[in-house]
Design a protein around this ligand. Sequence first.
Ligand SMILES: [Zn+2]
Length: 471
Amino acid sequence: MANMRVVGLLFCAGLACCAALDDVTQQLSRDILRELIEIDTTDSAGTTTRAAEAMAKRLKDVGIPAADIQVLGPAERKANLVARYRGSGAQRPVLVIGHLDVVEARRSDWTTDPFQFVERDGYFYGRGTQDMKASDAILVTTLIRFQHEGYRLNRDIILALTADEEGGKSNGVDWLLKGHLDLVDAAFVLNADSGGVTTVRGKPVNVDLEASEKQYADFELTALNPGGHSSLPTPDNAIYHLANALSRLERAPFPIELNAVTRTYFERRAPLEDARIKADMNAILRTPPDTAAVAQLSQDPRYNSMLRTTCVATRLNAGHANNALPQTAQAIVNCRILPGHSPEETRQTLIRVFADSKISVRYLNARGEADQAPQSRGFPTVLPTPEVLRPLEEVAAAMWPGAPVIPEMETGASDSIYTMAAGMPSYGINGIAIDQDDIRAHGKDERIRESAYFDGVDFYYRFLKALTATK
Ligand SMILES: [Zn+2]
């Protein structure tokens, strides 16, 4: 423990961020994280049920009424935990969500056993340390601390720890919203799956707040041809049709489009960047945006993904024999669509870009392919409500002084799509610092800095208090 303090101080030298947690809370939060990491919650061999039950037991053991704690789900291995920490009811509840499942991890790929909790060199290692058992453990720790203190909130906090965010057929958030809305209905949602603290070598740069999300869509391209003997080639070749269509896609990026969230992101991020990127960010904020600056920023995949809808070829499958002309050539194009645009609109754009009537473009959904894609345009991007932003800025300023809170658009996808679809504004907030070059979610040797974990414990406690202070 003494070691850990030293590590914490080293990384936070000169900053007020490491008001050390008391030993009891450190021990508790470490034990909960260890327990979660060592329960395999992968889709293939694991179970979220054991993890949900273990967390339910911890909450019951400290006196949260059993009637306020449910473990429920559509399948034996896929249960979710829903726990309600009761407040005065002056305001509508807040729902806090986190997924319990983790991505597969092979022992042979890792330096350590991914399902063992390993403490080494100031880090905690294990599958889920970044995505997202650390946040799950932090949330459970926070409710336990509130219960110990008898802390009175102005509203209920509903904690839902759920299954199948990473894959699998039993997405817990979707399942709870569809069948048990009464358990999880809330004024807004905090999703601890995104929105941490971006650091460079441990030094905080900015605090992320995910406030908007792109839509996900897969399209299947198919070129058909009668085929024939490969000794008698013709120009009309299914593989050439497909290859040409894909290279047209490569050369036709979608137009740049900023919204309230990404505009604010670039405004607040620009002052933190070096001179050239700063100038580019300011130049794309002009009307019309500077085209050279757009081209420059688009070189960086992170910024590119915030500027536009992206569609990229991810799979290919063609032909049936080395000595035959191909009868079928297929590709998958994966799109991440800006809010305000629909998958069907994107499909029509792809058809225009491919400019080849021999290629069919079908939308792929969970049940297979469809001729038409959904017309839904995502959720309007609005800046976070002051009710959430103000307490976040307050706590962030105390813990990571000088690192501004920056709203972001999630360019991947999270469970917030379900809560937003249910009409609940949803914000990604977690308060865990990860170096921007040490993102290991879904990868090997996933880890979290010990000091960053304990800061996260401290953060959620302070943030939920600030958010639910009696008015
Ligand atoms: Zn995640």
